[in-house]
Write a protein that binds this ligand. Structure first.
Ligand SMILES: NC(=O)c1ccc[n+]([C@@H]2O[C@H](COP(=O)([O-])OP(=O)(O)OC[C@H]3O[C@@H](n4cnc5c(N)ncnc54)[C@H](O)[C@@H]3O)[C@@H](O)[C@H]2O)c1
Ligand SMILES: O=P(O)(O)OC[C@H]1O[C@H](O[C@H]2[C@H](O)[C@@H](O)[C@@H](O)O[C@@H]2CO)[C@H](O)[C@@H](O)[C@@H]1O
Ligand SMILES: [Mn+2]
Length: 451
């Protein structure tokens, strides 16, 4: 049986230990011979790598383990690149969230102006990883979690059209795991779903068990009352609020189950008003997940033992390993992937990068037809896809105007004047990461008339 070689790009990510635990759990069905961590921040990665080295030595000493900041060493002789980079790290996520909130606008990692700002940082980093893969392991697949997945996917569609890159998200997986539990099942994959949308912006139109039974009637009343909030789960306050808020989003279309992040577009005012401009999600993540992961890694490295190890497989890591297996063994498993629409959603922009169920095998994903979508969703999706395409236009063309249009069009932003104020702050904050944006004569003229 072939043994695979994997590199985790963004090895210093808080998600790396979870992926390592899942890979180790599934060695009998997805054997690996080599695991590499690659990051451009060697010091951050070292904390994670030192712990992973101990975990691998104890659980699978045959696997060759490498941690590196050298692209050639990282990307040579690999079958899969699992990418999860955060260009600008939490320091820049903090700005993405806090700058819009100064103007009363949603401050969020992947939605609204913060998501657009993050997109303009991520595109270059993700293309760099893809280029390394193609140079050093041209037959490998890149499974990319790096956010904001919608904007990154639009950029890779345009700028790397022939590359073996799959852009993915764990959010539908996490929500499906909850739906499965509500229906008395265990795992996200116990369900067979129909789903359409853009990343972090979609709806389930069918939820069935593997025998084809419709589970929507069984779970509908619960979701209408509680959203996706399940009893007895230990959740952080902001995720608790997000899962609960799904009941209000569901109310807008009781025939389709919504993705949680639609809350930012459909209850924009409420969400913005309930964000603390001085303590946003980044602060929670630093005080929670990052602190936990890094302190647990330091503890393992110090003791050189896995006794009391707290890392476990989770939705995020299960999904990327399931996807790797589907490609490695040509399983033709049905999974949600972000792909070029090309008719999957019949009455929607063919070049949009949509999130839909695909049959995944050795040659990648084959989209399934989701048919026509209703006017309400179509209207929202048309607006959002334009935002994402304009953001990529802005990166490619170095255009201030396109980026201003993108922010103005976002459902989260009240008007062009507010969009411009946010944009000007974001330009200043991102000067080390964004291409230098050029203002055409008309924008300059407008600025003079406003001053
Ligand atoms: N698609 C999804 O559903 C999903 C789910 C969870 C996390 N994510 C994404 O995964 C990524 C990691 O999240 P995190 O919270 O663990 O972040 P993190 O900051 O802990 O880790 C990201 C790592 O990427 C590294 N990095 C940044 N730029 C790089 C580059 N150009 N080359 C190599 N390494 C680089 C950083 O040094 C850091 O170690 C983020 O993009 C996040 O948004 C996506
Ligand atoms: O604010 P963060 O950094 O905790 O999370 C942002 C990410 O949120 C999504 O992932 C969720 C997932 O939806 C949920 O089910 C559970 O598994 O936690 C995940 C985050 O830890 C989203 O899909 C990602 O794109 C975001 O980066
Ligand atoms: Mn996601």
């Amino acid at each position: 049986m072939k043994k695979f070689s994997i590199v985790i790009a963004g090895g210093g990510s808080t998600y790396t230990p979870g992926i390592v635990m899942t890979l180790l759990k599934h060695l009998d069905r997805f054997p690996i011979r080599q695991l590499k961590l690659y990051d451009n921040d060697g010091a951050r990665q070292k904390v994670i790598a030192d712990a992973c080295e101990v975990i691998l030595r104890e659980k699978a000493p045959d696997i060759n383990f490498v941690a590196t900041t050298d692209p050639e060493e990282g990307f040579t002789d690999v079958d899969f690149v699992m990418a999860q980079i955060r260009v600008g790290k939490y320091a820049m996520r903090d700005k993405d969230e806090k700058i819009p909130l100064k103007y009363g606008v949603i401050g969020q990692e992947t939605c609204g102006p913060g998501g657009i700002a993050y997109g303009l940082r991520s595109i270059g980093g993700v293309l760099e990883i893809a280029n390394y893969m193609e140079k050093y392991s041209p037959n490998a697949w890149m499974l990319n979690y790096s956010n904001p997945a919608s904007i990154v996917a639009e950029a890779t569609r345009r700028l790397k059209p022939n590359s073996k890159i799959l852009n993915i998200c764990d959010m539908p997986v996490g929500i499906q795991e909850r739906m499965a539990k509500l229906a008395g099942l265990n795992y996200y994959n116990d369900l067979e779903v129909r789903y359409f949308g853009l990343n972090h912006f979609g709806w389930w139109t069918a939820v069935r068990d593997k025998q084809g039974n419709d589970l929507m009637p069984k779970i509908r009343d619960y979701i209408a009352e509680h959203g996706y909030l399940l009893p007895g789960m230990n959740e952080e306050p902001s995720w608790k609020a997000t899962f609960g808020m799904a009941k209000n989003t569901f109310a807008l279309d009781p025939d389709r189950f919504p993705n949680t992040y639609l809350q930012y577009y459909l209850y924009t005012k409420f969400e913005a008003e309930h964000m603390d401009p001085n303590h946003t999600r980044t602060d929670e993540v630093r005080e929670g997940r990052e602190k936990f992961v890094f302190s647990e890694c330091r503890r393992i490295a110090k003791s050189q033992s896995i006794e009391g190890l707290k890392f476990e497989p989770d939705d995020h890591s299960n999904y990327i390993v399931d996807l790797s297996r589907a490609i490695a063994y040509n399983t033709h498993e049905r999974m949600l992937v972000i792909v070029e629409n090309n008719g999957a959603v019949a009455n929607f922009e063919p070049t949009a990068m949509v999130e839909v169920p695909c049959v995944v095998g050795a040659n990648g994903p084959e989209r399934l037809a989701m048919g026509d979508i209703p006017r309400f969703q179509k209207g929202l999706l048309e607006q959002q896809v334009a935002v994402e395409k304009l953001a990529v236009d802005a990166w490619v063309e170095h255009s201030y105007l396109k980026l201003w249009q993108a922010l103005t069009l976002s459902h989260t932003v009240p008007d062009a004047a507010v969009a411009k104020k946010i944009l000007d702050d974001l330009v200043e904050a991102n000067k080390d990461f964004w291409p230098e944006l050029k203002k055409d004569a008309k924008v300059k003229e407008l600025e003079l008339s406003l001053s």
